[in-house]
Design a protein around this ligand. Sequence first.
Ligand code: SF4
Ligand code: SF4
Length: 162
Amino acid sequence: MPLSTLCLHCGMCCDGTLFTQVPLQPHESGALGQRGLPLTTREDGAVVLPQPCAALNGRCCTAYTDRPEACRRYRCQLLNALAEGEVSLDEAKGVVDAAHARVEAVARSLPPPEGGVAAAPASMMRRARAEAAALSPEAREALTQAEAFLDRHFRGRFRHSG
Ligand code: SF4
Ligand code: SF4
């Protein structure tokens, strides 16, 4: 089953499009810290790997052998559907393409970043969430459409906020 093929086409559970952080078990921070990955301590004391993940290079995990248990176990709804044979690889890649297009639509709907330096669509998506209250109607609609698509095809009941 070409599951990794789909993930290498996607990367959205690592680049900050779907989530803001990866929870770590206490023994996992050492190896990740030795790799130079920045870790964050939340207000509740939990150490997490913030997203976009610094281990992500393009759509590849460069910390694959040391990746946290949460990363090893995680499968989005679409990947589960592919694993169960409910969708073909081509169909699943089409869903990923449609998700990327919605995230890019959000990025296009925002004013350019200060300095005019282009930012990755996932980064613009996070900016849209952070500035949701001040978005133009067009940007708000694009964000609503993108979040609904991501919920429906990827996050499902595991929706994260913020
Ligand atoms: S969001 Fe799903 S398809 Fe995309 S990289 Fe993560 S597990 Fe793979
Ligand atoms: S450690 Fe690897 S699998 Fe986990 S979020 Fe980072 S890039 Fe993704």
